[in-house]
Design a protein around this ligand. Structure first.
Ligand code: AMP
Ligand code: MG
Length: 337
């Protein structure tokens, strides 16, 4: 299959028409969103959704997020809209927030990974919403990487992974946020964050009060434990290199790595201390780290890195999302210095 790329910034009408024509015909199209690029198909069409799993090589029990362009599209997709979801939608939609509710019969089990719940998000990226609107159906869209690889934050990285696997990629420039959405479930008695992202735990607690953080966000699942969010159990976001996170000060990091042959994955300003270094954002600045992390992981592959030692982000604000992705890309290899 040939994979075409259309830049929606310069060819707006053509991009919208082509993307919607293909999606309405049951194909999968790579689209920009503010979090990362997505692989979009008609969420209500089981056959179309199957093609997403095939293109990604994704295990079929890992459910997809359903994207809408307007709040009016929500109610047909769910059994009921909990009061707290309305409050959250008012405050954070459109934006990097995915909310899980009981699904209606409109959502095929293929889309929900066999679960009776569905994850829904309204992206703030104008191009993404325009594409959804033009298609006239909600779009299932996981990150546009091969399963296990770092999520793509620009059209080139989508092309690297998806060339020959999907007919079209819409280029809308770099993703603004750089990590996937915050996922929160309202099916549990107390709302629970299953995956941290651009909307922070602090902001959520300020808005709806008591909110839990799922264990799997910060720790590896133990044998036999089941993940509330199926995506959490898979090795994820990983480049080819072996990554080890070194928790502690920069001084200790330098001391520990002295004499070793490695790539340093460090914060801006720290690269001068190392022969081979890739940076991912500013120290103590989760937003800039999120913006750079996946690009930095792909850069390590491009530079053929084999062994990587990484600096550890702070765990507050968006830093929690960065840490959650980094520990998975490192296969939970963490050394306390
Ligand atoms: P991605 O599509 O790659 O951004 O990943 C979507 C994430 O949302 C995965 O980690 C899923 O496990 C999670 N997710 C989607 N739908 C549900 C659901 N109904 N229940 C729990 N987690 C979900
Ligand atoms: Mg993903």
């Amino acid at each position: 299959m040939q994979t075409n790329v259309i830049d929606i910034r310069t060819e707006y009408e053509t991009a919208l028409n082509e993307a919607s024509r293909l999606i309405k015909n049951g194909a999968v199209v790579g689209i920009p969103t503010e979090t990362v690029y997505g692989l979009a198909a008609n969420a209500l069409d089981e056959e179309a959704v199957k093609k997403i799993y095939i293109a990604k090589g994704r295990p079929s029990d890992n459910p997809l997020i359903v994207h809408i362009s307007d709040i009016s599209e929500l109610s047909p997709l769910v059994r009921e809209i909990p009061e707290k979801v309305k409050i959250m939608a008012e405050k954070f939609w459109p934006g990097p927030l995915t909310m899980i509710m009981k699904k209606s019969d409109l959502i095929p089990l293929k889309t929900s990974g066999g679960l009776d719940t569905v994850a829904i998000r309204m992206p703030s990226n104008e191009y993404a919403r325009a594409i959804i609107r033009k298609c006239g159906v909600p779009l299932a869209a996981p990150s546009a990487n091969l399963s296990g690889s770092p999520s793509p934050t620009n059209a080139k990285y989508v092309y690297d992974d998806m060339n020959g696997r999907i007919p079209l990629i819409i280029d809308g420039g770099a993703s603004k946020i750089g990590v996937e959405s915050t996922v929160i479930t309202f099916v549990t008695e107390i709302p629970t964050v299953l995956r941290p992202g651009g909307v922070t735990l602090e902001e959520i607690r300020d808005t709806i009060g008591e909110t839990r953080l799922a264990d799997a966000v910060l720790h590896e699942l133990k044998e036999g434990e089941t993940a509330a969010s199926p995506g959490m159990k898979y090795k994820h976001y990983a480049p080819h290199a072996d990554i080890t996170i070194l928790k502690g000060s920069l001084e200790k990091f330098i001391e520990y790595t002295k004499g070793k042959d490695f790539f340093a994955l460090v914060f801006e300003g720290e690269e001068k201390y190392f022969k081979n270094a890739v940076t991912y954002g500013k120290p103590l600045d989760g937003v800039s780290e999120a913006n750079r992390l996946f690009d930095a992981l792909r850069e390590l592959d491009e530079r053929n890195a084999k062994t990587v030692y990484a600096r550890c982000p702070e765990l507050d604000g968006v830093g929690l999302a960065v840490y959650n992705r980094l520990i998975r890309s490192a296969g939970f290899n963490i050394i306390e210095l």
